[in-house]
Every structure is written in structure tokens, then in C-alpha cells.
Design a binder for this molecule. Structure first.
Ligand code: BJW
Length: 231
């Protein structure tokens, strides 16, 4: 019986760009108006929780805009998962819900997601659809504590790292899509996959910072190159 290859896919903001979601580091990116140290660090949240909540509330609301839909790249990854079943793992750095709306199942949100909030004290998680306000408090602590976005900020540990490392150590193909290679540990996954002897492939609009570590690279818009590569 022929065995299927193990495939790990890493996605970043570039895969959602053509769905109308801003990337971070472009000239007109998300951090143009919101300095990263203010909105993506625990210290920024301590200093000004309202600003941070507003930043993530606006991004959550954007996902209810009917114009924001999964694109051909998200859908191509669903096809790949359907062909590979348990041999496929999708790891996204994105906090939007476009992969799950497309139909992806075996999915890890390593930097958290906008539709979960958690108690800033105990870490208890709550599903969440609306804005988080300063009045919203947990039901797990006494006194009830502030809720925070379930987002991995700089200096915090990304989620499900041991599951990701295990998958990388065992993968035959590692495909990185729409990420600039600025942020670790995700930017180091290609090296883990190379060590495992995997074929490593970059699909991006332009060469990332970690381009030289990939065995192959293809450049263009995600909605074009991802379906082409997968089919
Ligand atoms: C298209 C396209 C189209 C456009 N088609 N492509 C020094 C050295 C090494 C590491 C560190 C260091 N100092 C500190 C660190 C660690 C730090 C880090 O990496 N810092 C770097 C800045 C150097 N990392 C951390 O702190 C991480 N935690 C950690 O390491 O824990 C370990 C630890 C903890 C405690 C103690 C000790 C150890 C946590 C990182 C958390 C990152 N969080 C963010 C924000 C939260 C989520 C959110 O708000 O949405 O996650 S940062 C931000 O960057 C976001 C993203 O997920 C992440 C990656 O960005 P991404 O996706 O690559 O987007 P862009 O905009 O950069 O790139 C888009 C790409 O798409 C571009 O290349 C375009 O060309 C392309 N593109 N349109 C295809 N249509």
C-alpha cells in the first residue's frame, strides 16, 4: 500500500491579503498606524488596555464584513487536506478565521485567534464574537478579572509548539505561504523541516527574510501560486 507524504503548511498574513485583510509590515500595513510595541506586547496592554482592545475589536469586526471571504489559496489548502487526510497539518500565524471558514480542519492557530478571549489572570478561555470592553470580566476569579484577546504577543509563548515540532520532525514537505520570515519561532520552522530531510518550499509575493533556507521558491499572489502549486 502506498503511503502518503506528511505535509506541514505554515501560513502568514499574505494568504489573507487578497481577502481584504491587511498584512503587518507593508507600507500601508496594520502597524503603520498602531506601533507594534503598543498593540502587540503584554507591556502595551498593561499601559493602555483600551487601545489594545480597540485594535483587536476592529480587526474582529472586519471579519464580519461580507466582502471578506476565504480566497482561492485558502480553498486550495482545503483540497490538499482532503487528499492527504491525517498526513496534513496546517499551522497559521493568522488570527483571522478564514482557514476554518474555507473548511480546513487540522489547523493550529499558533498566534491565537480573534474569536476566543481569555481571563487575564487564570487563562480560562471563552468563545467570543463581539467587542471586548473594559466592563467585560471573567467568571472564574474573585474578584472577576479583565478579559484579554487570546493573542500571542511578543515575549509570549506561541501555542501548541510541541505538536508543531513533532509534525516538523516527521514531515516530507514543508510549505510556507505568505509570511515575511520576521517572527520567530515560525521563521525557524524551515530549518526544523530541513533537518528532517523535508522538501521545503516558499510561496510568497516576494522573497522572505528566510528565502535562502528553502529548497524551492515560487513568487506571485497567493490566489494564483497556491492553487497552481497544489494542483
Ligand atoms: C503576499 C501577498 C499575497 C503580501 N500573496 N503573499 C531576536 C532574535 C530571534 C527572536 C527574537 C529576538 N528577539 C525577540 C525574539 C522573539 C520574538 C521575535 O521573533 N521577534 C522578532 C521581531 C525578531 N518572538 C516572540 O516573542 C514569540 N514568542 C517567543 O519567541 O516565545 C518564546 C519565549 C517566550 C518567552 C520567553 C522566552 C522565549 C511570539 C511572537 C508573537 C507574534 N505575534 C504577532 C502579533 C499578534 C497577532 C496579531 O496581532 O495578528 O503575530 S506579530 C505579527 O507578525 C503577527 C504575525 O502572525 C507575525 C508574522 O507576520 P507575517 O504573517 O509574516 O506578516 P507580514 O506582514 O510580516 O508579511 C506578510 C508577507 O506576505 C510578506 O512577505 C508579503 O510579501 C506577503 N504577501 N500580499 C502572497 N497577495
Amino acid at each position: 500500500m502506498q503511503t502518503l507524504p506528511n505535509v506541514v503548511v505554515l501560513t502568514g498574513a499574505g494568504i489573507s491579503a487578497e481577502s481584504g485583510i491587511q498584512t503587518f509590515r507593508a507600507a500601508d500595513g496594520l502597524w503603520e498606524n498602531y506601533p507594534v510595541e503598543d498593540v502587540a506586547t503584554p507591556e502595551g496592554f498593561e499601559r493602555n488596555p483600551q487601545l489594545v482592545q480597540e485594535f483587536y475589536n476592529a480587526r474582529r469586526r472586519k471579519l464580519f464584513d461580507p466582502a471578506v471571504q476565504p480566497n482561492a489559496a485558502h480553498l486550495a489548502l482545503v483540497q490538499l487536506e482532503q487528499a492527504l487526510g491525517k498526513y496534513f497539518l496546517l499551522v497559521t500565524q493568522n488570527i483571522d478565521n478564514l482557514h476554518e471558514r474555507a473548511g480546513s480542519k487540522n489547523l493550529i492557530h499558533m498566534h491565537g485567534d480573534l474569536f476566543t478571549v481569555r481571563c487575564s489572570w487564570s487563562g480560562k478561555e471563552y468563545p467570543w464574537q463581539g467587542d471586548i470592553t473594559e466592563q467585560d470580566r471573567c467568571d472564574c476569579c474573585s474578584p472577576p478579572r479583565r478579559l484579554r484577546p487570546h493573542i500571542v504577543w511578543f515575549g509570549e509563548m506561541p501555542l501548541e509548539m510541541s505538536r508543531i515540532s513533532t509534525a516538523l520532525a516527521d514531515c516530507d514537505y514543508f510549505i510556507s505561504i505568505g509570511t515575511s520570515g520576521n517572527v520567530y519561532p515560525a521563521a525557524g520552522f524551515v530549518q526544523e523541516a530541513n533537518l528532517a530531510g523535508a522538501e521545503t518550499i516558499e510561496l510568497n509575493l516576494e522573497p522572505s527574510l528566510t528565502r535562502s533556507r528553502f529548497k524551492q521558491a515560487h513568487y506571485g499572489k497567493a490566489t494564483q501560486i497556491v492553487p497552481q502549486f497544489v494542483n
